[in-house]
Ligand binder design. Structure first.
Ligand SMILES: N[C@@H](CCC(=O)N[C@@H](CS)C(=O)NCC(=O)O)C(=O)O
Length: 237
């Protein structure tokens, strides 16, 4: 059984896509990051970076103690290897898949994340920051669009590389991007959206209300302005 520490966010949907594709039994554990649940000692023991998603595999292959995993890319690799799906074992395709997974983790995710922050959540509209991150997001959309020229998926068949990027591309409106400018990306996104597992992954979870793009002052104070000191104070470390 996989305990899936979840709150609706693109990084968490990556994992949900894989869990649904592989029909892996899981228990969703809500971590309400808008209320500060990411600072609880129990959660930090699993995810020391105080971020979702995280998982705990209570039935690891070696039969040993439960395995906690944080960082969405590491979780995708762990679950792909556990289920033997969506990550090739053949070295060429595997390396391509991992390259594009790392590209998403180090490029598209952080840049689109900052784009959303300065566009939607920052208390002041800072033109330099907005131009910088909307532009970088746009550049990265162009990179993925070129990669998808003549391909259905990013690296061979549908893989964890696609699952890492899709939840971010899905938010193209929020990131001020027009998919009509990226025709390969647009048809790739439609292909993934049409998968039954994708529809299941985005079904609401009972008791968890998603409010993308909206935030109140209390939530802003919890989520933003975190430093080593504020984390130590919150966690009592
Ligand atoms: N690199 C991490 C990023 C995770 C991340 O930023 N999670 C956000 C939600 S998308 C979060 O937990 N935010 C809580 C906070 O900022 O305190 C991953 O891919 O897992």
């Amino acid at each position: 059984m996989i305990a899936f520490h979840f709150w609706p966010s693109p990084n968490a949907y990556k994992v949900r896509l894989l869990l649904e594709e592989t029909e892996t039994p899981c228990e969703i554990v809500a971590v309400n990051v808008r209320e500060g649940a990411q600072f609880s000692p129990d959660f930090l023991a699993i995810s020391p970076n105080n971020r979702i998603p995280a998982i705990v595999d209570t039935a690891p292959a070696d039969g040993g103690a439960p395995v906690p995993v944080f960082e969405s890319g590491a979780i995708l690799i762990y679950l792909a290897e556990k289920t033997g799906r969506f990550l090739a074992t053949e070295p060429r395709e595997r390396t391509e898949t991992l390259q594009w997974l790392m590209w998403q983790m180090a490029g598209l995710g952080p840049m689109a994340g900052q784009n959303g922050h300065f566009n939607l959540y920052a208390p002041e509209k800072l033109p330099y920051a907005i131009t910088r991150f909307v532009g970088e997001t746009n550049r990265l959309y162009g990179v993925l669009d070129r990669r998808l020229e003549g391909r259905d998926y990013i690296a061979g068949g549908y893989s964890i590389a696609d699952m890492a990027s899709y939840p971010w591309i899905r938010l193209h409106d929020m990131h001020l991007q027009n998919l009509d400018d990226f025709p390969n990306l647009k048809s790739w996104a439609a292909r993934i959206a049409a998968r039954p597992a994708t529809a299941r992954a985005y079904e609401p979870v009972e008791g968890i209300a998603a409010r993308p793009g909206q935030i109140d002052d209390r939530e802003r104070a919890i989520l933003f302005g975190q430093t080593a000191k504020t984390i130590a104070e919150r966690t009592g470390a």
